[in-house]
Design a protein around this ligand. Sequence first.
Ligand code: PFF
Length: 472
Amino acid sequence: MQKKDVVKEERGSFRGTIGFVLAAAGSAVGLGNIWRFPYLAARDGGGLFLVVYIVLALTFGFTLLITEISIGRKTKQSPLTAYMHISREWKWIGYFQCLVPFLILPYYCAIGGWVLKYFTAFLTGHGDDAAEDGYFGDFITGRTAPGIYMFIFLAICAVIIYMGVSGGIEKSSRIMMPVLVVLVIVVAVFSLTIKNDDPARGVVTGIDGLKVYVIPSLKGITLKRFLLIVMDALGQLFFSISVAMGIMIAYGSYMPDDSNLVKSVNQIEIFDTVIAFLAGVMIIPAVYVFMGPEGMNGGPSLMFVSLPKVFAQMGVLGNAVGTAFFAMVLFAAVTSAMSILEAVVSSLIDGFGMSRKKATVIESLIALVIGLVVCFGYNIFYFKVDLPNGTTGQILDILDYLTNNLLMPFTCIATCILIGWVVKPDTVIKEATRNGEHLGRKWLYIVMIKFIAPAFLLVLLLMSMGIIKLAD
Ligand code: PFF
């Protein structure tokens, strides 16, 4: 068989629009929705953050998603090779769209391994141990366990990608996403019903926590603080919708030509935002009732330190709720990680003429090796670095900073310039409306892609680099 034929045969496609939407939403709904969104919302004035986030999703998020999915579907190419079909001179953006998921996959899998560990602990009735002080630290600083859990997590994703677009990605998303939604709703409803008689605060209920989350608070608001909230929401949205990491181009390239792209983008955004919101309904009341507002720290400590303590206080039910919670997080993490893997695998298939099977095995092995280095970042290779955005961290945080804070905004700005100014927005609009669909926000799309999105992204990039400082 000729190299070209291999590529053609290996290029799968989603069977239907629903399959595509579930897979893309599965990619978008990930750890970011669960451990970052609720924390930012609680910190940034509750309902005020939610309103800002929704406005940004409908404008900024909509623009970026339409753009990447259209580039994928129009070219029917992987992130690596798609850009050269749009413009020869700008093909280098494709290198970045491929490099980003290559760098993210190992550390996302390391965190996926942590989730798997917690899920196993709760499932086997050891949830109480997970609530002990030092449990999380002891686990991640261990030399073997984090690597083993990461390996299992990565292997699950690899098997799905190995099975192909419709047989692996679409099929598994059709199962995992509905289960995820049910679990989120069950835990969220439960979280609203809990109450605790706190010696210091009296009886505190889940509904009290919900109020903190959804009622807009304008207390102490200044222009500077408002801008900070806008930038927090923007950064979160950017992280959440899985753009600038090759995924939406890869998934877009498998989208059937007769699917309604504009409608699908709306559905992906609604899915992503509703799950992020419900993650807050799950987490904020529970943490608020048992720990007060102080428990709401973002990042790994929320999920792996605070929440197990909350589950432990729920008594007999705690283990069951914890199991449901970590099963849900596991599904969210697998559907995201497999999309990151697919972004690289599709690039190897289209760019190097590899078969899907070979590409999956090679990339998974590389991710495994780098992933082990990430795990060893908490013991053998331990060191601490100060990052330009004011945080400190280990290898995992360096990779996260490099991708999320630098490479992703940069790649996205380049895409905005290419589409907005070089090949013109009509390139995307034509693809998005190829079946005569109505693009209601056409003017908005043009203004966003040319001016507002690149300007916002530039501010985000400069903030990450520590050049612009908004925080006090
Ligand atoms: N959008 C997914 C999430 O919110 O977790 C996937 C993802 C985004 C993975 C950004 C990694 C990343 F750096």
